[in-house]
Write a protein that binds this ligand. Structure first.
Ligand code: GSH
Length: 230
């Protein structure tokens, strides 16, 4: 098997998505966390958009963009997470493509500068949740997106659903309860060991500390002890 280095910011959901797939495939990898405010030259040389994740393979090639990385990992390391059926695979890819829109509502809450921007981000959540609820209804019985078999769609949504819960615990959003299939899916993903790059409570404290540090509108709702707990 190749040698993998996954370059990361500790709380980046896009990195987490790639780390999940490496863990699902039980592929050994070096997880190297760098600081967003101090990106080393070696990293800037291998990351065209200066973003994480970057997957460095055998000290020779570097892949970027979490979706491209996961597609590569799925093509090269068993077990295959994509469905065998081409139609099912296309449907899976279509829902994975929805992630950037889905994340606008959820992570938009964390980055809003004022209450109006926060409310605008919150308003996007039910639209996205409703679409996913309907997709899950078509997909079948769970617990994962395609049923019993874990897929790249699961790996793609898990970090963002986790952040929904983090944000809901900072300032109640009360949305997911209205979407029973989505809620059951999210709970199955939160219970899956591969979702977690760090112990969950430690990671939530890290996330809260970041929210506080960014000093956006929602940071006022994070108690100060969250920073001390990091
Ligand atoms: N579309 C990219 C998004 C990656 C991304 O936005 N990463 C953030 C960290 S969570 C980043 O590196 N931001 C640095 C920057 O924008 O300069 C992917 O899927 O890999």
């Amino acid at each position: 098997m190749s040698k993998y280095l996954l370059v990361s910011f500790k709380t980046c959901p896009w990195v987490q998505r790639a780390a999940i797939v490496l863990r699902e495939k039980q592929a050994e990898f070096e997880f190297r966390h760098i600081e967003p405010d101090n990106r080393p030259d070696w990293f800037l040389a291998i990351s065209p958009h200066k973003k994480v994740p970057v997957l460095r393979i055998d000290d020779q090639v570097s892949l970027f963009e979490s979706n491209a990385i996961n597609e590569y990992l799925d093509e090269t390391i068993a077990p295959r997470l994509h469905p065998e059926d081409p139609i099912a695979r296309a449907v899976n890819r279509a829902w994975t493509d929805y992630i950037p829109t889905f994340s606008e509502g959820v992570t938009g809450c964390a980055y809003a500068d004022d209450e109006a921007a926060y409310n605008a981000a919150v308003a996007k959540i039910p639209v996205a949740f409703d679409r996913l609820e309907k997709a899950l209804e078509k997909q079948g019985s769970g617990p994962f997106f395609n049923g019993a078999r874990y897929s790249l769609v699961d790996a793609a949504y898990a970090p963002f659903l986790q952040r929904y819960y983090f944000l809901d615990r900072i300032r109640p959003l009360g949305q997911i309860e209205k979407y029973p299939r989505l809620k059951a899916w999210a709970e199955a993903l939160m219970a899956r060991p591969s979702t977690h790059s760090f112990p969950p409570a430690e990671f939530e404290a890290m996330y809260r500390a970041n929210v506080k540090r960014r000093n956006k509108w929602i940071s006022q709702f994070v108690p100060s002890e969250a920073v001390a707990a990091e």
